[in-house]
Design a binder for this molecule. Structure first.
Ligand code: PHB
Length: 396
């Protein structure tokens, strides 16, 4: 699907071009480039188990741009969307389509860690400015980091690490992790393990199934025999809805916790099965900052449904882009100025204050939450202004 957003009227393009021509006898390449809208590629899942995640990111990106009068850094914005279907095998080809065929100036994408690897391969080579609005794969802001790649979401390590720290502090000695067998699942298991170990706990088992399968029964059947005091999980979207329901239906007595995606944007569908589940995430219900209240209302008015962490991450991807483009007055070719502004950005996010680390991942609070009715109620902070270790990244 390809749609355009806020395409400028022909008159305003002509007016812009005329003004540029008047300013310099011969229009420069920059004057011509500025007269055209900035092309923003959105590569996200609009179908499959993560479809709602991609939609919420899109609503929020469009909302921020609309709040800025349809312009970023003084330039109109044309959005070109591609449904990546969360299929890693099509990642490089879809990214190529946006970068080479559509010649986007900026790419915002994506949700799935495996698909992100495909985007990364393409944009590392092309140098296209890329902002990751969800996918958490550690590598792209660790050993594979690149100066043109920023992330406004999290690393897979971050929320799970917060959960592990919290359980460790409570004296949990043995825990297990259940997940899909791909980067997001495996890296969140590692973050959880490291958090637990800091306080003397142990991760004794990781149970996995291939993404996006939902045949959970063989895994659930193993849990009572493990002798663990807690089970953590990484699932998201439609898969998370089903996992939480089946966990409750299996009558397992071991408490379920996890990275907050497990209960994020899913509570209505999970119903009573989710009640009481504790998770850790960089967003929660019941935050008290003014930005969050305004954001939630505006999002609901626009999207017709409640905001969630995915909406926040999309909004902040657009906020970070706006900071960069405002600093260079829309001149995206001014890479040094653009990246400098983005690297030093201090963003007032609905999640609270965030900043950008040296490896260009987001530094943020990891909140502790507990499901009460239809809310992931904030009950504390599992890790304050937590930065990913960013190991192996050097950006000059
Ligand atoms: C990922 O693949 O990195 C991923 C997907 C969905 C989430 C979180 C992480 O909710």
């Amino acid at each position: 699907m390809t749609t355009t957003f806020a395409r400028p009227s022909r008159r305003s393009v002509l007016k812009g071009a005329a003004a540029a021509a008047a300013a310099t006898a011969v229009p420069t390449g920059w004057a011509i480039a500025q007269a055209r809208p900035l092309k923003l590629g959105l590569m996200l899942p609009y179908s499959g188990t993560f479809a709602k995640l991609g939609e919420n990111i899109t609503f929020a990106v469009e909302m921020l741009i609309a709040e800025k009068g349809g312009k970023l850094g003084g330039r109109d914005v044309q959005i070109i969307k591609v449904d990546d279907e969360s299929k890693p095998e099509n990642g490089p080809q879809n990214a190529d389509r946006l970068v080479k065929r559509d010649e986007v100036d900026v790419l915002i994408g994506t949700v799935h860690s495996g698909v992100q690897m495909g985007i990364h391969k393409v944009v590392k080579e092309s140098g296209t400015l890329t902002i990751i609005p969800n996918a958490g794969n550690n590598a792209v802001t660790r050993e594979l980091c690149a100066k043109n790649v920023f992330r406004t979401s999290f690393t897979n390590w971050q929320p799970a690490h917060g959960m592990g720290l919290e359980l460790g502090k409570r004296g949990i000695k043995k825990a297990a992790w259940v997940t899909w067998d791909y980067a997001a699942g495996n890296e969140s298991a590692e973050g959880f393990k490291q958090g637990l170990e800091k306080h003397g706990g142990q991760l004794i088992e990781v149970l996995k199934l291939p993404f996006p399968q939902t045949n959970f029964q063989p895994l659930l059947a193993q849990i009572p025999g493990l002798g663990v005091e807690a089970v953590g999980a990484f699932f998201a979207g439609g898969g998370a809805v089903q996992f939480v329901k089946e966990y409750a239906a299996a009558g397992i007595k071991v408490p379920l916790c996890g990275s907050g995606f497990l209960t994020e944007g899913t509570l209505q569908a999970q119903g009573a099965a989710a009640e009481g589940i504790e998770t850790a995430l960089h967003y929660a219900d019941g935050l008290t900052n003014a930005r969050d209240a305004g954001f939630r209302k505006a999002f609901k008015d626009r999207a017709g449904r409640d905001a969630d962490v995915y909406a926040v991450q999309g909004y902040d991807a657009a906020q970070l882009l706006a900071v960069g483009l405002e600093a260079v007055k829309g001149k995206i070719e001014d890479e040094a100025g653009l990246y400098k502004a983005m690297r030093s950005a201090k963003i007032d996010s609905p999640r609270g204050p965030i900043s950008i680390s040296d490896s260009q991942n987001v530094v943020q609070n990891i909140y502790l939450r507990k499901v009460v009715g239809n809310e992931n109620k904030m009950t504390g902070i599992a890790a304050e202004q937590l930065a990913d270790p960013g190991s192996g990244c050097k950006i000059a």
